[in-house]
Each structure stands twice: as C-alpha cells, then as structure tokens.
Design a protein around this ligand. Structure first.
Ligand code: ADP
Ligand code: ZN
Length: 755
C-alpha cells in the first residue's frame, strides 16, 4: 500500500512553485436559467457555499452588466482548474435539498435535445409549480403528555387529552379524536402537563391520498389476460426493461391487467406510475385504482399548487406506492420505481402543446430503460408509432382480441350520408332513429357522439353568402344558445350575433350545421319523455361535473347521453345498447397526416362503449365516406386492418413512424412579416440540407388556421428518415438567428397536431 511517504506523493508535493501559481483550482457550478439566457453558464462556488451547491438545487447568481440576482438551476458541479477569464460567483443557495435527482437532471438534458427545447423550460416542466414556489406545506405540532401529575386532579376532558397524547400525536388529530376544545389543550401546555415534541407535515387536503379499502374479490383472469400479465411480470421480476403493448379491444380487461401488475410491483416494495389521458375524464379508472390500493396519489389538473407539492413530497419520501395521473405524472419523483403504465397510449394529450413539447410515451420509455423497469402501453387502437415498434420486434405486443366474459363486440352499421334519405330528418338519420328506439324500448341506454360543440357550426348571410368570422381569428363563429352568441373556438371570443349582415346589411343571418346543443334539442323533441344529458366542455366546466353526469348515467337516471369525444374514452357502462356517431368524417379531411388514424381511433373507441352488458349492443356510424379504410376497419372492429393499409402510406411519405417531422410555426401581427420570416427559415434550411437528399422541406404556407388572436400564422415542415440528423439540421440552420421583435416562432418536433 502506498503510504504518505510513497514516491508518488513526494513527486506531488515537490512540484515547482511556479506551476501552482499559474493553475488556480476551484469549484465551478454550471447553472441553467429558467428564462432568458438559453445556454448553461459557469459560476465559481465560493468556499462557504461549497457544501451546499450541488446539482439539482437552485442557486442565486448575478447576471449581466447590472449583476441582477437571478434564480437558476444548478445542473453540474465540478472541481478543477478555473478558466483564464474571471468567473462570477454563486451568491446564495435556494433549496435545502436537491429538487431533482441526477437521473431527472439527465432526463432534462435528454428532453431538451430530443424536442429542441430550452433546458430551462424542461426543468420548469419537470417540477410542479407548487414545488418550485415552495407552496407551504402546513406543519402541525406533535403533542405528548409529560406524565407528570398536576396540583389538581385533571378534569374529564383534560384526562381524555392526556390519555390520547400518551404517544406523540398531531395537534389537529388530538382535537379530532377527543372532541375537546383548543382552550383545554392550551391550558395543559401552559401547566406543563402536555409538551410539544416536534412537528409533522400536514397536507392541506388529504382526500386524494385516501386510505381506501383493498377489495378481495378479484376476477379470475382470462387466458389472454394471464399471458399479458406474464409478459409484464417477467421483466418486472428480473429487474429488466421491456416495453409491453397490450393491444386489447375495449372491454378486453386491460385495466385489470394493469391492476395486477401494479399489485405485484407494490408487493415487491416498488412504486408504479400509471398515466391516463385526462384524469378528470376517467374517474372510473381512478376509482378502480383507489379501491384496490387505498393510498394512491391521484395527480389531476384541478389540484392546487400546494396539493401538488404535498403529493410530490409524499411520493419522494416513498410513502405512496401508486401514482395515477395525466401526462406530467411521468415526472413523479419516485425513488423506488418499479413499473410504468400508459393507458390509452394513442391519445394526443400525452404530447404537451407548449414548450417543452415532449411526448410522455417517449419520456416513459427513457425512464423505464434507465431504471430497468417494464413499460406497459395499453390501447384498443395503438398509435402507428407504437404499432411499428411492435412489428419491428423492438416492443412486445400482447393481443387481447376478445371481451372478457365473452360479450360480443357490437355490430356496426354504417349510414351513408350522401344518400338524401339519410339526411331527411336533421342530424339523426332514420336508421339511427330506429336504433335509438330499439335500445330505449329494450330498457337500454344510448350515447351519441358529435365532435362539435355549440348549437350551429356556421353563421351565414342568406342574401350575400357572407360567413360570420371571428374578428381576430381566421375561424368561423359557432352559434351558442341560449343567448344567441357567436363564439370563436379558436380564441374564445364571445360576440352577439348581429341582426343584419355586416357585409350587405340584409337581415337574413341563418345558421347551419349541427353542434351538440342542437343535437340535444333535436333528441328531446324527437324522443319525448326520455332523460337526456349532454357532456361537452360547455357543460363540464366545474370540478366534479364529469363524475356527476357519469354517475347519473351509470345509475340509469339518464337514458341518452349526447357528447363530444369526451364520451368516447374509457367508460364502461354495461347498459349502453346503442352508440351513434353523428358525423364520423368531421376530422377526416383536416390537413394533418394523422387525420385518418385519429378518425379510426375515435370511431373504434366510441363504438366500444356499446354492448358491454349481457344484452349486447349496436353501433350506427353516419359518414359520407363509408368506403374509407378508417371507416371500413372501424365498422368490422379490425383496427389492425387499418394499420396495415395506413403504414405503407406513411412510409412512402416518410411520415412517422418511418421518419421524423419537425414543424416550425411562425406568428406575427403583420402577415407579410410572418411570411417573410418563414421564407427566410426555409431558405436557410434548404441551404443546410443541400447535400442531403433524404431530407424534404415543405412550405412555407399559411397554417390551416391562418390567424389566431390577431396573429398571422405560417408554418413549414422538415421531414427526414433520421430524427437526429433532422434536429441537427434545424439546429445548424437556426443557430444564432436574431429573430425580429415582432415575430415569434416555435419548433415542434414530431408534432401530433398540425392546425
Ligand atoms: P379494458 O380496460 O380493456 O376496457 P377492463 O379491465 O375495464 O377492460 O374490463 C372491462 C370490465 O370487465 C370491467 O368491468 C372489469 O371489472 C371486468 N373484468 C376485467 N377482467 C375480468 C375477468 N377476468 N373476469 C371478469 N370480469 C372482468
Ligand atoms: Zn377568435
């Protein structure tokens, strides 16, 4: 063993003095600012802060000429030689403990690269606002009796308290269990019979981390369910990563498989994250998790920052094992992660629409790989991206083609809307009406899907043909009743519908097209005496309104439910015997390469709500394009047939999953300025891509919605087979660009929305 006197050591201590003068050593922190400066900055860590500055904590640093104090994320610390130029110093440390683990920091770096986002934006997205702002987690003192005898015999109430506090007990709980007033407690404290012994954190609201019951009557799994579970448990038990896709028709028992896999994860002392599309829309799923596991952190969009903070700390402390939430729940700081599940993995809501424009599926895969845990993706209609990964053998697909309990998938009837007879009675064709009658007469319930809210979808002058538009968007106004209001679905602007045409002055404004409000009216007048409810964003504005309507529907207090795609998701109502799709083409012809996929998914999903009970069910799909592969596949419940027809189309156009797309959207108050900047970007991209004939640049062109809130919108797309190469190209050609003041532009890597 080399000792202090080893030659090595001597060599070191005998270093010539001049060398030491020249080399200054120190501690350097690399920080990222949440806003403003994009690139990471280095700061010197003064001696008195060395113990506290560490990656994952936020620090205060002086910035710019004025040395304004700014809060920044410390992302790395290194000991070593200081650079020649002087470094400014860190002036303070914000957090007591790191907010982000090394793994999470690494993730933010990867995300910034993958979606071409500012690292600062990513850091802010990964941490809930309540954590960043340190929304106070309430502390409650713990009280304990000293065991001393007072001068007098304690009163009955005093005795109750002293007994209850024989072990340390939180103040509020003490009041609750004894039912005694605060005054009594305070007097005991004063008299020294009761003592404060520290404090505990108390969440502001504990209802969502609830202690439910664990049900013991579990169904016997079907053989498909068994196989799927086995495919998940194998990597789970071996501590390996694998992505398992449950491609199971609606009602095939996917959720039951997730529940079993989570049970196993928890039994192994690990934590599980379960992502669901929009939590407020899936109260049923949450309830099933709650009743199975008791303590579940449900992270939904209606939580206050303080509530989020509480959950975050509970998860980080390892006190909650099951986390159910929307997209951002993937960042739950679980220290013992054992499993990630994404239900309805094809849903667009897993992609964030603002920077960082990440997709939770890709983030989940990254985390699952690093943590060596299984990732489970479930859907009746997996995204083409997911399908392709399974076909290539990268991911494992488990098929669950039948419903549990043997109920049949409902027969689907298509009604051709080009046939005039089909349109003779408003939005409900005679065949759909007959179907509704059939279901109602049999004591069943009905769901009608129409993906347009409002009363009428266009407002137009009958005399001159002028269509009423939003004054600040390139979008027509939708008529909403009551109140005869014209509402813009782009910006939300509400205007009174004028009596006469703003263009020709004639008093002949008419409305056309059916929205959910008008459909509801039509249903009420056509089927007298039935109980009707409507579910769309207009009727579901308040917290808990989804649950209320869905509960009423479950209890059969509602016969017919009209709704937007909100009703297509994950609902399981055995008594629904008929599902009607009013206009299946609504989204088919949008300028978006995913339009067919989305249409097929929506129709298949909503059809799956029908016939879950013993009496079976039917589906009526009204469409002007019954021959479209998306319709044909949905009509025979053969989503895979659609996938097979769609994949070659995507391949020939190099669209995902065969390539990557980077979309750039430019906005500006002046149309020409926005167009010019978009053109300039295309020029630069074209120049950089010259040697690369695999890359295609499309545009610039006005975006499908060419103006929103008085901002003109232009867009362009870059396609290529190699995502990394594509991002590098965009990076290279846009590096250091000085964007004109009046222009804003965003980069969306692998967009899911093209409007
Ligand atoms: P999916 O998530 O695929 O739509 P679910 O897991 O919700 O399917 O199952 C549909 C219904 O069948 C639920 O009411 C569920 O409780 C029930 N179920 C699931 N698995 C079984 C089983 N093996 N035996 C009986 N009923 C089951
Ligand atoms: Zn508008």
């Amino acid at each position: 063993m080399p000792s202090d006197s080893s030659p090595q050591r001597e060599l070191f201590t005998n270093r010539p003095a001049w060398e030491e003068d020249d080399v200054r050593n120190g501690v350097i922190a690399t920080v990222v600012l949440p806003e403003g400066v994009e690139k990471p900055l280095d700061y010197l860590v003064p001696n008195d802060l060395v113990a506290e500055v560490e990656p994952g904590r936020r620090v205060h640093v002086p910035l710019g000429k004025g040395n304004r104090r700014r809060l920044a994320y410390c992302v790395a610390v290194r000991h070593g030689e200081l650079p020649q130029h002087p470094l400014k110093s860190v002036v303070g440390v914000e957090d007591e403990k790191p907010l982000l683990s090394e793994r999470m920091l690494e993730l933010t770096g990867w995300m910034a690269d993958r979606w071409m986002a500012r690292r600062g934006d990513v850091l802010e997205a990964v941490l809930p606002a309540g954590v960043r702002l340190r929304r106070q987690v309430k502390r409650v003192p713990l009280l304990v009796s000293t065991g001393e005898q007072g001068n007098r015999r304690p009163t009955k109430n005093q005795k109750k308290i002293l007994d209850a506090a024989s072990h340390p007990i939180p103040f509020d709980e003490l009041l609750k269990v004894t039912g005694v007033s605060r005054g009594v407690v305070h007097r005991l404290l004063k008299a020294g019979l009761l003592l404060e012994s520290g404090s505990i954190e108390r969440d502001t609201q504990t209802e969502s981390v609830n202690d439910g019951f664990v049900s013991d009557e579990l169904p016997v799994l079907s053989s498909d369910q068994e196989k799927a579970l086995e495919a998940i448990l194998q990597p789970l038990q071996q501590g390996e990563h694998e992505t398992v896709v449950l491609f199971g028709v609606t009602g095939s028992g996917k959720t039951e498989v997730y529940l079993r896999a989570v049970t196993e994860t928890v039994a192994n002392g690990k934590q599980a994250i379960v992502l669901v599309p929009e939590i407020s829309l899936t109260p049923q799923t949450c309830d099933r998790f709650r009743s199975r596991f008791g303590k579940v952190a449900v992270l939904h969009s209606h939580l206050t920052p303080a509530e989020r903070h509480t959950h975050w700390r509970e998860i980080a402390a390892g006190r909650v094992n099951v986390i159910v939430g929307a997209r951002s729940a993937i960042f739950a700081p679980a220290p013992r992660l054992g499993l990630i599940v994404i239900d309805e993995e094809h849903e667009n809501s897993f992609k964030q629409a603002t920077s960082p424009r990440y997709h939770a599926r890709d983030v989940a895969e990254w985390i699952a790989r690093k943590e060596k845990v299984p990732l489970v993706l479930g859907s009746a209609t997996p995204s083409l991206e997911t399908f392709a990964r399974c076909l290539s053998g990268d991911w494992k697909m488990c098929r669950m083609p039948g419903r549990v309990g043997g109920s049949e998938l409902p027969a689907v009837l298509t009604v051709d809307l080009r046939d005039r007879k089909a349109r003779s009675k408003g939005a409900i064709s005679p065949r759909l009406a007959a179907g509704i009658e059939w279901a109602l007469n049999a004591g069943g319930q009905v769901m009608l899907l129409l993906n347009r809210r409002g009363f009428a979808t266009h407002l137009q002058c009958k005399s001159c043909g002028h269509a009423l538009h939003c004054p600040q968007c390139a979008l027509g106004l939708t008529l909403h009743q009551p109140g005869n209001r014209g509402i813009c679905h782009g910006c939300g602007l509400v205007t009174a519908v004028p009596e006469s045409c703003p263009s020709c002055g004639v008093q002949e404004i008419v409305h056309r097209g059916t929205g959910t409000q008008r459909l509801e009216d039509q249903v009420r007048s056509q089927f007298r005496g039935i109980r009707v409810a409507r579910m769309d964003t207009d009727t579901m504005r308040t917290r808990g309104s989804h649950e209320k309507t869905l509960t009423a529907f479950r209890k059969h207090e509602i016969d017919l439910l009209v709704g937007t795609q909100m009703i297509a998701k994950g609902l399981d109502f055995p008594n629904v015997m008929l599902v009607g799709v009013i206009n299946a083409d609504a989204a088919l012809h949008l300028a978006d390469f995913r339009a067919s996929e989305r249409t097929c998914q929506l129709v298949t999903q909503v059809a799956g709500r029908s016939g879950r009970g013993p009496r079976g069910g039917r589906v009526v799909v009204q469409t002007s394009t019954p021959e479209h592969p998306a319709m044909r596949a949905a009509a025979v419940h053969d989503y895979e047939a659609f996938v097979q027809s769609e994949l070659p189309i995507r391949e020939s156009l190099l669209y995902p999953p065969f390539g990557s797309v980077v979309r750039i959207v430019v906005r500006g108050a002046v149309n020409d300025a926005a167009a010019d900047w978009a053109k300039y970007l295309v020029q630069r991209l074209t120049k950089s891509a010259q040697e690369n004939d695999t890359i295609r640049i499309l545009g610039p062109a006005p975006a499908p919605i060419s103006r929103i809130r008085d901002r003109y919108r232009w867009h362009l797309q870059v396609h290529g087979p190699d995502p990394e190469m594509l991002r590098n190209l965009v990076r290279r050609s846009t590096a250091g660009l000085k964007t004109p003041k009046e222009i804003a532009w965003i980069v969306d890597v692998d967009p899911v929305e093209m409007l």
